[in-house]
Ligand binder design. Structure first.
Ligand code: SF4
Length: 425
């Protein structure tokens, strides 16, 4: 039996795509392994599922592809870089097969049967919900769409995934139901922008989540990253969804900047005040909801004053989680033409904002110390377990609990990224 190693970089949607790749390989009788490094020696195939969001990550992946180039055409590269910047891959590994993710279901089985095809075909719109594969597990990643409706000026993903392509609601709901009957306790709905879901199919994320929450079973749904520009279309119905015990009280709403002039330059179609109003409304109607956001620091047109507005927004909103990223010019993204601030300026600002974000997260989690929570164990190793409570908070508890089991814990401490707990006796 041949053996394939799957290495995945990037977001939940990329992880879900690697689940699909794993399913196709297994159906072709290939033994699969997920992971990175040190396992490639005895792999017949190495599949690298790439990300192209940040320059440092891209360079790390290209170094890895170069290191694997000795595998020749048994090195298969897919994911966002394969669609957005195939030439960079070709340079790192001339014989590698490069396939855009939507060509994987058709091309990969052919390649495994010795088809010499090099792979890279035109981007094809397919409904990947037909190929959802759920390895028996507590966490099921369900891809719901490809692409988005926006054209954010810093974004390379747009050139990899193209315009919005929402997958079939019926097949997604069937996949959720299958995953739950296979033992999944956490359903992660994944896409570039769950907020745009269904705009090309007369439905939306609120309709999808409300139907998914009606599926029988003991599980919770995590709604993936949602661009705030779409929230006004269905916020009332989405709030109703969050009232369901089957939906994590967790909303990932990337704001990217606290300055309206920078948001305009980024082509983000909302204002800082609108973002703040959405967060306030969600907190008012879903008390305790965890708000996660993303911030880009050092956008080419970001003045000192703009940066201070982003800092002020964070101090005002106090998100439970803030992912702070430095601005990176990307090969196809429009912002590349806007010049670049000095590395020192970008570095200084990102250090300051990361420190603030960490302090806010620490203070937010510290409020839970002493409380009792019911958690579901979603990750486990010999020493400790990670569980999630209804607010999707990371809770570490010693012992060796069964994956998927639910236990009552007392919160005994915290860091800036997780709560520490002991099992209630
Ligand atoms: S919403 Fe913006 S940042 Fe997100 S994938 Fe689309 S263009 Fe990129």
């Amino acid at each position: 039996m041949e053996h394939a190693l799957i290495e995945t970089y990037g977001c939940t949607l990329n992880q879900a795509d690697s689940d699909m790749i794993e399913g196709i390989l297994r159906q072709s009788g290939v033994h699969t392994e997920r992971g990175t490094y040190s396992k490639e020696a005895n792999a017949d195939y190495v599949i690298i599922n790439t990300c192209t969001v940040k320059k440092p990550t891209e360079q790390k992946i290209l170094d890895r592809i170069q290191k694997m180039s000795g595998k020749g055409d048994r090195l298969i590269v897919t994911g966002c870089m394969a669609s957005a910047n195939p030439d960079r891959i070709r340079k790192a590994a001339p014989k590698a097969r490069i396939i855009s993710i939507n060509n994987v279901p058709e091309m990969l089985p052919k390649m495994l049967n010795g088809n010499p095809d090099t792979g890279m075909h035109a981007y094809k719109r397919i409904d990947r919900s037909k190929f959802i594969f759920n390895p028996m597990g507590v966490i099921a990643r369900i891809p719901i769409s490809d692409g988005c409706l926006s054209s954010c000026s810093f974004c390379e993903t747009k050139f990899a995934r193209g315009p919005l392509n929402s997958f079939s609601e019926e097949l997604i709901l069937k996949a959720v139901s299958n995953a739950v009957s296979n033992g999944a306790k956490e359903i992660e709905l994944a896409s570039q922008d769950t907020g745009a879901y269904g705009a090309d199919k007369k439905t939306d994320i609120a309709y999808l989540v409300s139907k998914a929450a009606d599926i029988n079973g003991n599980f919770r749904i995590r709604i993936g990253m949602l661009n705030p520009e779409h929230l006004h279309k269905y916020i009332d119905r989405l709030i109703e969804c969050y009232k369901s015990a089957k939906v994590y009280k967790f909303l990932h709403l990337p704001v990217q900047s606290g300055s309206d002039s920078v948001l305009k330059e980024m082509k983000r179609n909302y204002s800082a005040d609108e973002f703040t109003a959405y967060v306030r409304e969600m907190r008012e109607k879903i008390p305790g909801i965890s708000i996660a956001t993303d911030m880009i620091v050092g956008y080419p047109t970001e003045s000192e004053e703009d940066f201070e507005q982003s800092i002020a927004l964070l101090k005002g909103i106090r998100p439970s989680v803030t992912n702070v990223s430095k601005f990176w010019e990307r090969p196809n993204a429009a912002a590349k033409k806007s010049g670049r601030l000095s590395n020192a300026t970008i570095k200084g600002r990102s250090i300051r904002m990361a420190r603030l974000a960490k302090a806010i997260q620490y203070e937010d989690l510290a409020l839970a110390v002493g409380s009792k929570e019911r958690i579901c164990i979603t990750e486990s190793n010999s020493k400790s377990n990670i569980g999630r409570d209804g607010l999707y908070r990371n809770i570490a508890v010693k012992g060796n609990e069964e994956l998927g089991s639910e236990i009552d814990v007392r919160i005994t401490g915290n860091s800036s990224v997780c709560l520490l707990a002991e099992k209630c006796s």
